[in-house]
Design a protein around this ligand. Structure first.
Ligand code: TXA
Ligand code: MG
Length: 323
C-alpha cells in the first residue's frame, strides 16, 4: 500500500491548473462532481483511458462517460442529436444527467467499448467545470471506485478505494468536499424515438417527460451499461432490505441500520444514517454503507425510502447492493 504517497490536493486555482496539466499529459485526476467523484483521463488518449481500467479493475469492454465543460463541445463528440435530447441538454446540463447519443468519428472504441454510441455529461460542480475548462479536452470518467464497489462521495472515500493504485508522479485526487447529490447521474439513452432510462438518478422520469413532452420508453435496452448489472454498488457487508411499511428487524446485535429519521433504531443495531428526506438519503447513503465496512459490520439493514423523485434511484442502488 502506498496511499499516503498520492497527493490528495485541495482545489485552489493552482491545484486545478496543475491537475489539468496532468490530464493533458496522460495522467489520472480524480475529481468531485455533484453526483459522485469521477476518475478522469483525457478521452482522446487511449493509453490514459486504459490506465482508468487498470486502476478500477474494470473489464476493458465497458464504456466510459465523456465529461465536457460546455454544451458547445457536443458537436465534436456526437454524430446527431434528436430534438428531445437537445431539450434535455438545455434543461438539465450542467447537471446529474448522462445522455447516450450516436458517437462522432472522433470517439474511439476504447471509450465506447466498441458500441456505436457515446455517453456524455456536463457536471454541475464548479471545480469540475473549471478543471474541464482548463484541461480543454473531453474527460473520460467513471466513478472513482474499484469495479463493483460503491461510488465515492468524498475525496477520502476515493483515497480508500483507489489511492494505492494511483501513481503519485502522474495522478492526483482533488478534494472538493462531499458530493451534493450522492448517487450517480441518470443515464438516458437517446437513440430511438423516445428517451429510455438506463439508470435512474436525480433527473427523474417525471422531469424527463415534462421537458420532452414524450413518454419515457419502458422497453429494455440492448445497450450495455455496467451500472445496470445486477450485482453492483455493493459494500462488503451483507445488505438486507426491510419493508418500509413494516420494518421489523429480527434484531441481531451489532448490525448496521440505515433508515429515514422517523424510523427508530432497533435495539442493539448501530445507526449509520438517519436522513430527514430522500434528497438527504441520497447524499448520505454511500458514505453510510462505507462506514458499515469501516466498522467491519457483518450486515447492514436498510429501510429504503418510498415514493418518486430520487427515491427511485436510491431503491435501484439498494436493490443491487442487496442482491
Ligand atoms: O454520475 C455519474 O455518472 C458519475 C460521475 C463521475 O460523472 N460517473 C459514473 O460513471 O457513474 P460509471 O462509469 O461508473 O457509470 C457510467 C455508466 C456505466 O454503467 C457505463 O457502462 C454506462 O454509463 N455507459 C457509458 N457509456 C455508455 C454508452 N455509450 N452506452 C451505454 N452505457 C454507457
Ligand atoms: Mg460506477
Amino acid at each position: 500500500m502506498c496511499a499516503q504517497r498520492v497527493v490528495l490536493s485541495n482545489c485552489s486555482t493552482d491545484a486545478l491548473t496543475s491537475a489539468a496539466e496532468k490530464l493533458r499529459a496522460g495522467g489520472l485526476v480524480a475529481f468531485p462532481t455533484e453526483t459522485v467523484y469521477g476518475l478522469g483521463a483525457d478521452a482522446t488518449n487511449p493509453a490514459a483511458v486504459a490506465q482508468i481500467y487498470d486502476v478500477k479493475g474494470r473489464p476493458q469492454d465497458h464504456p466510459v462517460i465523456v465529461h465536457l465543460a460546455d454544451i458547445n463541445q457536443l458537436d465534436e463528440w456526437v454524430a446527431e442529436i434528436p430534438e428531445y435530447a437537445i431539450a434535455l441538454a438545455r434543461a438539465f446540463w450542467p447537471g446529474p444527467m448522462t445522455l447516450i447519443l450516436p458517437r462522432s468519428e472522433k470517439v474511439g472504441d476504447f471509450i465506447t467499448g466498441g458500441q456505436a454510441s457515446v455517453g456524455i455529461r456536463i457536471p454541475n460542480n464548479p471545480l469540475a467545470l473549471q478543471l474541464l475548462m482548463l484541461a480543454g479536452v473531453g474527460v473520460a470518467a467513471p466513478s472513482a471506485n474499484r469495479f463493483g464497489a460503491i461510488s465515492p462521495t468524498s475525496a477520502l472515500a476515493v483515497q480508500e478505494e483507489i489511492g494505492a493504485f494511483l501513481n503519485p508522479d502522474t495522478d492526483v485526487i482533488l478534494d472538493g468536499g462531499s458530493s451534493d447529490v450522492g448517487v450517480e447521474s441518470t443515464i438516458i439513452e437517446c437513440l430511438g424515438d423516445a428517451p429510455k432510462i438506463l439508470r435512474p438518478g436525480a433527473v427523474t422520469k417525471e422531469m424527463i417527460e415534462e421537458v420532452t413532452g414524450l413518454a419515457v420508453d419502458e422497453s429494455s435496452s440492448s445497450v450495455r451499461a455496467s451500472g445496470t448489472l445486477e450485482q453492483h454498488y455493493a459494500p462488503r457487508a451483507k445488505v438486507f432490505l426491510l419493508d418500509s411499511e413494516n420494518p421489523v428487524i429480527a434484531c441481531i446485535a451489532g448490525v448496521g441500520f440505515i433508515a429515514l429519521e422517523k424510523f427508530p433504531t432497533p435495539d442493539g443495531a448501530i445507526r449509520l444514517a438517519k436522513p430527514a428526506n430522500s434528497d438527504e438519503y441520497a447524499r448520505v447513503l454511500y458514505d453510510a454503507l462505507r462506514e458499515g465496512d469501516r466498522k467491519n459490520l457483518p450486515a447492514i439493514y436498510v429501510v429504503p425510502p418510498a415514493g418518486t423523485g430520487v427515491a427511485v434511484a436510491i431503491r435501484d442502488r439498494l436493490k443491487r447492493a442487496s442482491s
